[in-house]
Design a protein around this ligand. Structure first.
Ligand SMILES: Cc1cc2nc3c(=O)[nH]c(=O)nc-3n(C[C@H](O)[C@H](O)[C@H](O)COP(=O)(O)OP(=O)(O)OC[C@H]3O[C@@H](n4cnc5c(N)ncnc54)[C@H](O)[C@@H]3O)c2cc1C
Length: 359
């Protein structure tokens, strides 16, 4: 981009020279309690590899934390799943997690090594860190991407549904580097794990943390007890919409989900009606699920809903309207009142469970 045009576009920040930036980064997220890397970070190695191949560059993982063993294991996992190199910043000063410290440390690492692209998973932590890092680096960020590509000039195309999800927005950051994006969990498949893959693990020195002092201090962390599998991890999901209509209806869906060993979810209308909590909403402003079986009950199939079920293996729709759009996205469709179908499914599954118990 011409300097004059660039000055006009961002007088405060100016342009960066893209030729100084190489490599595609995936910032990996560690589950400190389990000592493992998040599946959603590994999923990002799929678009990272595609973009790196198109750009003729490499894929790097970036990990921060205070548990050396967990970091080592996570670095290996990133390499087994496709990273060429993993940069690890290990320090006792990174305990406990603090967004300000982590974001500044990632930004400094990026300033040192100049990646052209930085990806974060759009988890709670990723959504907190990524804009912080982008702002520190004075670059743009696109949240909740569902696809990526590279344009003819080598810019990253960050593709996401805009507000109404009927169109796709193609967004790029042509005049600043790095180009930063978050991607929704479960939108990209996890690359195959190959233990024979080799890569480099680089332990960064603690000087990257010099002078970083958090303005807020974490005094105590209290974990909320989670008894149920979150919908984005469940293999069987029974989702209800406005057509289910009442708490009693949702209790029936819950019974069906229990018999399948799965969980209940719902559409945004179901959330708006107070029938399920927002954390169980499927879709554009909810979560993406990748169940083996997704049963949509009384859900019309709006674009903003079905965007969240693209990765499901088998979709069954139950709707009394034969014209409901959900049938276009379903492998099996049942045109009926759910009140006639769901009790039958429950009855059959109970029978099966009893038979198994007798054997
Ligand atoms: C910016 C934006 C973001 C959004 N994000 C999301 C999102 O993340 N997730 C989401 O779900 N929506 C989202 N929406 C809302 C979305 O557009 C739809 O309004 C919503 O998905 C519809 O929910 P529904 O299918 O439950 O209800 P409806 O569209 O009202 O459909 C109800 C369905 O139930 C069927 N039905 C009724 N009674 C029965 C019965 N007895 N038996 C069988 N079938 C029956 C009807 O035929 C109908 O098809 C978003 C909208 C916007 C503008």
């Amino acid at each position: 981009m011409a300097a004059v045009e660039c000055e006009k576009l961002c007088p405060e920040w100016g342009c960066t020279d893209p030729s100084e930036y190489r490599g595609v980064w995936v910032v990996g997220e560690l589950d400190e309690e389990a000592g493992t890397i998040s599946e959603y970070s590994l999923q990002l190695l799929t678009p990272a590899r595609m973009v790196a191949d198109k750009r003729g560059t490499w894929v790097e993982g970036v990990l921060l934390g205070y548990d050396r063993g967990a970091l080592e294991r996570a670095a290996r996992e990133m390499i087994y799943h496709g990273a060429d190199r993993v940069r690890v910043l290990y320090s006792e000063r990174l305990k406990p997690y603090n967004a300000e410290v982590y974001a500044k440390a990632i930004a400094r690492t990026a300033e040192r090594y100049k990646p052209e692209v930085v990806f974060f998973a759009a988890t709670m932590r990723g959504r907190e860190l990524a804009p912080y890092v982008a702002n520190t680096l004075r670059t743009g960020i696109t949240a909740d991407c569902t696809q990526f590509d590279v344009d003819k000039d080598g810019n990253l195309l960050m593709i996401r549904p805009p507000f109404a999800a009927i169109l796709l927005a193609y967004i790029k950051t042509p005049n600043r580097r790095p180009q930063m994006a978050t991607a929704r969990p479960n939108v990209f498949p996890t690359p195959p794990r190959d233990e024979s893959r080799r890569g480099e693990v680089v332990w960064e020195d603690e000087s990257l943390l010099e002078g970083i002092r958090p303005r807020a201090r974490l005094l105590k962390v209290r974990r909320l007890e989670r008894r149920e599998t979150p919908i984005e991890k469940a293999e069987y999901v029974v989702a209800g919409g406005r057509g289910v209509g009442t708490p009693e209806g949702f209790r029936m869906l819950e019974e069906l989900a229990n018999l399948l060993g799965g969980v209940v979810a719902g559409s945004r209308k179901a959330v708006d009606l107070g029938l399920i909590p927002h954390e169980k909403q499927v879709g554009q402003t909810g979560k993406s699920v990748r169940a083996k079986l997704y049963i949509a009950v009384g859900i019309s199939g709006a674009a903003q809903h079905v965007i969240g079920i693209r990765e499901c293996r088998v979709v069954v729709a139950i709707n009394k309207d034969p014209e409901a759009p959900i049938f276009r996205h379903a492998d099996y469709g049942i045109v009926a009142d759910w009140k006639d179908v769901v009790p039958l499914l429950i009855q059959e599954l109970r029978k099966l469970a009893a038979e198994r118990g007798r054997r």
